[in-house]
Design a protein around this ligand. Structure first.
Ligand SMILES: *Cc1c(COP(=O)(O)O)cnc(C)c1O
Length: 398
């Protein structure tokens, strides 16, 4: 099965009660059980699990699932008695936000653990690392993850987790996932888990589990939802293992759950993810090429440009380069803000991955402690006509 087909059908079995093709939203927080709390239809309480979230999780797991053997398509043959029963079945857990998923992951670690983070990482992951890990007695190293050597050197015997984000937010750094996995396996901590925040690429363009990573994290608020109207997060694993149980327990007890309605909206977003990503990427490439020629742009960070330092790796590990980019405006803070103040079609807004194009001066948005260059504008290229997007930017850039 190919990803476009999976995106349409995964988690979409007709409602057993009505045969409705569009999945129902079960808002019920509680489900009738037997007198000794016997579970009657698979559910008890919404924070444990709920039918709408189950559909979403099935879809996310199938979209991210690892490649099975050389001959396979790389995707689970769902609804088919495949010869793959003995192979691992991926599992997904939905959360109330990307940060809820990230926090749950960090909360599975024992005191005394060590985690490696990339220099360029989603700002609140950095804040979580700085503000919470010391309290939990978890050590962290921050490295330039575009250098596999730097990652390797930072590994200690007590390293439990290597956190990657590729392409990264907002500098669009690209990390060679397979090379990092190989370095970890050959290191002092071969069992350390490699997590990839796959929010920017989405499973349409990058499937880290197929490249050997252990954990995929998403802010489904972004491309998976795709319409700037729902918050969610997810973690996808290669199988229902001990880590899955820990994460499930953390979500249940510490409560970073989403709502059934949010699950439904993200699931609905997934249906069009492959077509949206194709258009996001085509528009982004057109915008990136145009901006590279602008005399008021110092640098364009888009992994689909041969001038990008991660281009060769991106070409190898991604099926497309995505819809995110950032630029350095010639000058400094003021020149970047000035460009942001002049766009009309593009909106100044945070978040990304929606159908509409938005940009943001990241140093302003991230505030004190930001590691974003002062003249950087982060751009989420939407689904408008590329020429219209370029014309608006060209006018603003002057
Ligand atoms: C937005 C984002 C997050 C956090 O997700 P929320 O849904 O906002 O909590 C994590 N990682 C990346 C790369 C993001 O862009």
């Amino acid at each position: 099965m190919n990803i476009e087909t999976i995106a349409i059908h995964a988690g979409g079995e007709p409602d057993p009660a009505t045969a409705a093709i569009a999945p129902p939203i079960h808002l019920s927080t509680t489900f009738e059980h037997g007198p000794a709390t016997e579970i009657l239809h698979g559910y008890t309480y919404v924070r444990d699990e709920n039918p709408t979230q189950d559909r979403l999780e099935a879809a996310l797991a199938q979209l991210e699932c690892p490649r099975f053997g050389k001959a396979g398509t790389g995707l689970v043959q769902f609804h088919e008695a495949s010869g793959h029963q003995k192979l691992e079945t991926p599992a997904a857990l939905a959360f109330g936000s990307g940060m809820g998923a990230a926090a749950a992951m960090l909360q599975t670690l024992d005191p005394g653990s060590h985690v490696i983070f990339p220099e360029d990482v989603y700002v609140h992951v950095r804040v979580a690392q700085q503000d919470y890990l010391p309290k939990w007695n978890i050590a962290a190293s921050v490295v330039d993850a575009t250098s596999v050597e730097s990652v390797g050197k930072a590994i200690r015997p007590e390293t439990k987790l290597i956190w990657l984000e590729t392409p990264s937010n907002p500098r669009m750094d690209v990390t060679d996932i397979a090379a990092v996995v190989a370095a970890v396996r050959a290191s002092k901590a071969p069992a350390a888990l490699v997590l990839v925040d796959n929010t920017f690429a989405t499973p349409v363009f990058q499937r880290p589990l197929e490249l050997g990573a252990d954990i995929v994290l998403h802010s489904t608020t972004k491309y998976c939802g795709g319409h700037s109207d729902v918050q969610g997060g997810a973690i996808v694993l290669r199988k229902r293992d001990a880590l899955y149980e820990k994460l499930y327990h953390t979500r249940l007890i510490l409560g970073a759950v989403g709502s059934p309605f949010n699950s439904w909206l993200v699931l609905r977003g997934l249906r069009t993810l492959p077509v949206r990503m194709e258009r996001h990427a085509a528009n982004a490439l057109a915008v990136a090429r145009a901006l590279e020629k602008s005399r008021n742009v110092e640098k364009v960070f888009y992994p689909g440009l041969p001038s990008h330092k991660g281009y060769e790796i991106a070409k190898r590990q991604m099926k497309g380069f995505g819809g995110m980019m950032s630029i350095l405006v010639k000058g400094g803070w003021d020149q970047a803000v000035s460009v942001a103040s002049k766009v009309k079609l593009w909106r100044n807004a945070t978040s990304l991955g929606g159908v509409e194009s938005v940009l943001e001066h990241r140093a302003s948005a991230e505030g004190p402690g930001s590691t974003a260059p002062k003249n950087l504008l982060r751009m989420s290229v939407g689904l408008e006509n590329a020429e219209d997007l370029i014309a608006d930017l060209s006018k603003a850039l002057g």
